[in-house]
Design a protein around this ligand. Structure first.
Ligand code: ZN
Length: 423
């Protein structure tokens, strides 16, 4: 790593993965000019212009790939197991500070873009202002601000409740006025105490009003759906991303609906399956069990998880095989799942565990995640003209996905991120 400072950086790596799903390029190189990628490919084909001042980085046993895109985070989350109902009682100032902490931790872990799927009031928008002022660092922020919920619905405590198409349209306009990047809807109940689990929330005409208004104003829309009817409603309304998306009947049983899968595929809807969220808690309890006795409830939770994991994995494997585009998004720091560390890599690994190849899982966390966030013209792959967001890891994640956790360097906007001693 020697050379003079200049506008150009030449990054050489034993292996280059461009994020498109193409096979890795052995002995690859990426040329950065300012904040953008100018060229990439086999080492011998990538050269800076004659006489240019170039800073060089050589990674002899490493893989360079696009910075990871976590398409589902909650930056204000604490990740200590508290319910959203309690989280929302914290002052906005504390939540904004927490969002700053989480954003930085996730960036240091290799994630250069996050889509925040719901925060209280203006907390994440205020974080963005602080980032723009240079007060703190964060991955690229794709923000929903507060999610739109029905009265008492899931995440309704974050600040917007709407009834009927007119109020739904008004809610979208209000959020766009506040400069959000996309619209998040809770189309079914969830962990919120006053919401009705296993049932849809908005009606199709309300969802349609939200999605149409979002599209008209150049924003995409993503919907939290934890039952089959809410998925069908959201897809009918023209939703862009379904979040969670496991088929479930109101009684909690799982019945596969081939016609719904066909519709999802036909309409090109992305699905963010949040595979690791429940497993994270199980892993924590298993670590705890090494040194102390678990309570009966804790042991039950582990048993229940493993009883359901096989059928969940089979469901997601079938969705993938039938052509559904699954995109990686962690859902951290919701519940017990903390942002930073290896949290997003754990979600990507879960994609391999349900039957993706490591390369497919990488695509789900880079180029497909970018498409689902409507930012694929700027990020998600290593190609000329795109933002110079890169991750350098030791080893070869196209063979062993866990190599994504061995982060050596992170580049964002063409600058190597100073990860200091805080990693
Ligand atoms: Zn979420």
């Amino acid at each position: 790593m020697a050379g003079r400072d200049g506008d150009f950086k030449l990054i050489r790596a034993a292996r280059l993965i461009d994020g498109s799903g193409a096979p890795p390029i052995e002995r690859g190189a990426v040329l950065l000019e300012g904040g953008r990628i100018r060229a990439s490919g086999p080492e011998e084909t990538v050269a800076p212009p004659e006489g240019a001042r170039v800073k060089e980085f050589s990674y002899d046993s490493h893989t360079a790939l696009p910075g990871l895109i976590d398409s589902h985070v909650h930056l204000i989350g604490i990740g200590d197991g508290r319910a959203g109902d309690e989280l929302t009682t914290l002052p906005d100032e504390v939540l904004t500070l927490q969002a700053a902490r989480n954003a930085r931790a996730h960036l240091y872990s290799g994630v250069t873009t996050v889509r925040d799927c719901g925060a209280k009031n203006r907390t994440t928008l205020e974080l963005r202002q602080a980032v723009q002022m240079g007060i703190t660092v964060a991955p690229r922020l794709v923000l929903a601000g507060r999610p739109i919920a029905i009265i008492g619905g899931h995440l309704s405590y974050f600040g917007i409740q709407a009834t009927g198409p007119t109020e739904c349209v008004a809610a979208v306009r209000q959020l766009v006025k506040e400069n959000v990047d996309f619209i998040k809807i809770t189309a079914s109940g969830g962990s919120t105490r006053t919401s009705v689990r296993g049932r849809p929330s908005f009606d199709v005409d309300e969802l349609t009003a939200i999605v149409n208004e979002a599209h008209k104003l150049g924003r995409h829309a993503a919907a939290h759906c934890t039952d089959s009817q809410s998925i069908a409603n959201a897809v009918e309304a023209g939703i862009d991303t379904v979040i969670h998306g496991r088929y479930a009947e109101p009684d909690g049983s799982h019945k596969y609906r081939p016609e719904l899968t066909e519709r999802i595929v036909e309409r090109g809807v992305f699905v963010n399956p949040t595979l690791h969220q429940a497993r994270e808690r199980v892993w924590q309890l298993e670590r705890k069990a090494e040194s102390e006795m678990l309570s009966e409830d804790e042991q039950d939770l582990i048993d229940q998880f493993y009883q359901g994991w096989e059928s969940a994995a089979a469901f997601w494997g079938r969705m993938k095989d039938e052509g559904v585009k699954l995109v990686a998004g962690s859902d951290a720091s919701w519940q017990h799942y903390k942002l930073g560390g290896t949290s997003f890599q754990d979600e990507i690994t879960a994609h391999v565990d349900i039957g993706m190849t490591p390369m497919e899982a990488i695509v789900s966390a880079t180029s497909d995640a970018a498409r689902s966030c409507w930012i694929d013209d700027e990020v998600g792959s290593i190609e000329p003209g795109k933002k110079a967001d890169l991750l350098v890891v030791e080893g070869d994640p196209s063979h062993d996905i866990r190599a994504l956790t061995s982060v050596t360097d992170v580049f964002m906007d063409g600058e190597r991120v100073d990860r200091g001693n805080l990693v």
